[in-house]
Design a binder for this molecule. Structure first.
Ligand SMILES: C[S@@+](CC[C@H](N)C(=O)[O-])C[C@H]1O[C@@H](n2cnc3c(N)ncnc32)[C@H](O)[C@@H]1O
Length: 183
């Protein structure tokens, strides 16, 4: 799906161990953005741009059907944590994790990405919207360790300039790195 269709879909929705789904927080609200899957070619580009290895723990914030964390485990040997607020996506992603036989490496959690504990991530993947990226940016900078890579499909971080940008199928994929803490 192209960015224009994605944004049109968004307009229509201006609402607002290592196995199985878990739940974070009690009362969850509706999603900030609808589910639109990242095409597999772009998933591979995102994980490649972040140079994911088996040493990494990849967090997909708004994981949809779980494809990014599943690919991170299957192709790159990484651990994965997928977080989604929509129970249908959580159940779909959990099934997909089981079918892909990566439950020993990938955990799917139901929760709000703005409330989640993301401190153990070494790579964070995003396919949200620019305004959600901007809202998330202070949390990323505060809670992630220096050196953690962040990759975003299609949407930027405003005036935080990416370290790298790659174009694939007419869509940009961006890479940032959490800078060293100031003394
Ligand atoms: C555009 S889809 C991206 C799915 C997946 N990351 C991918 O790239 O294929 C955005 C996902 O974010 C989820 N989402 C939206 N708001 C959220 C929130 N506040 N917390 C957690 N997940 C959220 C939606 O349910 C949806 O599955």
């Amino acid at each position: 799906m192209q960015r224009r269709e994605f944004l049109m879909g968004m307009g229509a929705l201006t609402l607002t161990g290592w196995a199985g789904a878990q739940e974070q927080g009690a009362a969850l609200r509706g999603p900030d953005v609808i589910f639109v899957p990242t095409p597999n070619l772009i998933v591979n580009t995102m994980l490649g741009l972040a140079k994911v290895t088996k040493k990494d723990t990849v967090y997909d914030l708004g994981c949809g059907d779980g494809r990014i964390v599943i690919t991170a485990a299957q192709k790159f040997g990484a651990r994965g944590v997928g977080i989604d607020i929509d129970p249908d996506r959580v159940s779909e992603a959990t099934d997909n994790v089981r079918k892909a036989c990566v439950a020993y490496r990938v955990k799917i959690v139901r929760g709000d990405l703005f409330q989640a504990n993301i401190s153990e991530a070494t790579v964070v993947t995003l396919y949200l919207l620019t305004d959600l990226n901007l809202k998330l940016r202070p949390k990323l900078l505060k809670e992630l360790n220096p050196g953690t890579r962040i990759v975003s499909h299609a949407f930027s971080m405003g005036d935080w300039k990416p370290e790298r940008t790659e174009e694939v199928d007419g869509t940009n994929v961006y890479l940032w790195r959490i800078p060293p803490r100031k003394a």
